[in-house]
Write a protein that binds this ligand. Sequence first.
Ligand code: ME8
Length: 510
Amino acid sequence: MTETRYVTTPIYYVNDKPHVGHAYTSVAADVLARWWRLQGHEVFFLTGTDEHGQKVEKAARDAGMDPQAFTDQVSQHFRDLTATLGLSNDDFIRTTEARHKAACTALWQELAKRDEIYLGHYEGWYAVRDEAFYGPDELTERDGVKYAPSGAPVEWVREPSYFFRLSKWQDWLLDYYNKKIEFIAPESRRNEVISFVKSGLQDLSISRTSFRWGVPVPGDPAHVMYVWLDALTNYITAAGYPDTKAERWTFWPASVHLVGKDIVRFHAIYWPAFLEAAGLEPPKRVFAHGWWTIEGQKMSKSLGNAIDPVALVADYGLDPLRYFLLREVPFGADGDFSRKALANRLNGELADALGNLANRTLSLIQRNCEGKLPAPAAAIGDDVALLDALAAMPGLVGQHVEDQAFHLALEEVFRVVRAANGYITAQAPWALKKTDLARMEAVLRHLHSVLRGAATALQPFMPGTMAALLDQLGVPADARDLAALATPLPGGTALPPPSPLFRKIEIEAA
Ligand code: ME8
């Protein structure tokens, strides 16, 4: 049955250019969106940029630019990156757009109408880098400077502020986490959020008066909205809010917000509370993935080691990068990025295991079968185990993708690819040419089926390369979704001469 599915990335701050950490979340969201489309669902995939707040205002000032001109420029880098990464996003939202300001204003008014907002005074510690407030017990002090747990310095802020009655939602949140086990993943993050909420929630300051770069509070323009209230609202803006009759509103509530573990608190605590308080449905799931370090070090502007995804695509190709990001580290765990590890995955798994299987099989069909696909054949002997594993594979991949266990999804495909490599060696179809032509054809046909299954299931991960492989396999463009796997290609289908799918990389040069 066709369902609606909605996946989001965080909207990224435009204080700096994108790096490989941003590419990571975006590629993961793209894989989900593409997988769901392959299953026949109606999908909405959103990404974009977060452009207000003190941090962005400061970055614009440092660049000597007007904030709007500055955000126009940096946001464009993120928009360009969607093309470089081959993202299939359906929309790209910027928080400086009129539609978004209208949604923020409407949400604020709804919260105010329901008495969820009151005017008071904020006094406390604020980290501009995180755009977050911290309690005194969360801070550490070094050389007279206080730091948040993220390592960002905090400053003492005292100003009039509107507050959201977050404390009132504490029990509701705990009950919600209990009832919806799948709401926060992975488990470690769920536990972290639950214990934070159990430790007690304070009302949340949701406006600032000390700077101007934000959405004005309706009826009190001396205040701008707290950047996280503004930012989180993007997910409903793009679905049409406040017009809940809009066609896109059918996508709300979001199926999953993919975020890094740094911002799980905002998505799993504030966001469902804001929505519930405004009478809107909370999202179904928040998945917080782990953190990439670079050759063992934290990635940062000051260390100058932030890796530009555009350069990686130029050096290794887009699909090897997409594959590596999701294969190397279990989604949810932290990982270390190294060019050597990327080259190893590319050479060993893509070029050797998958690329060679395709090349050997397709070259044999070209040479020994006049480039025509052999007819479907019955499974006998060793064929049975291989084809059974192949038949089970898409279902297993689907379960893992649904859990956002992308590395396990890939492992399911490569398990079958490795089995097929063992099978081709054991069956030696090149030798069968002289002894048993019918068997040679059956073996090549089974290998073709494995390649078709693998290429179909891998499309969300490596769209460009798998489209090329499906072309080489003679699979028509309208027979590339999961359901089409049930219909075998007719024997005699003409296949084009094969060409290599992956270029190996010298490890030393990597
Ligand atoms: O937090 N490893 O934006 P941001 C893995 N605007 N992922 C990383 C990463 C790393 N080293 N570095 C960044 C914001 N990311 C807010 C979000 S949403 C309503 C507002 C990814 O530009 C990861 O997804 O700081 C992380 O959560 C996000 O970029 C932070 O991007």
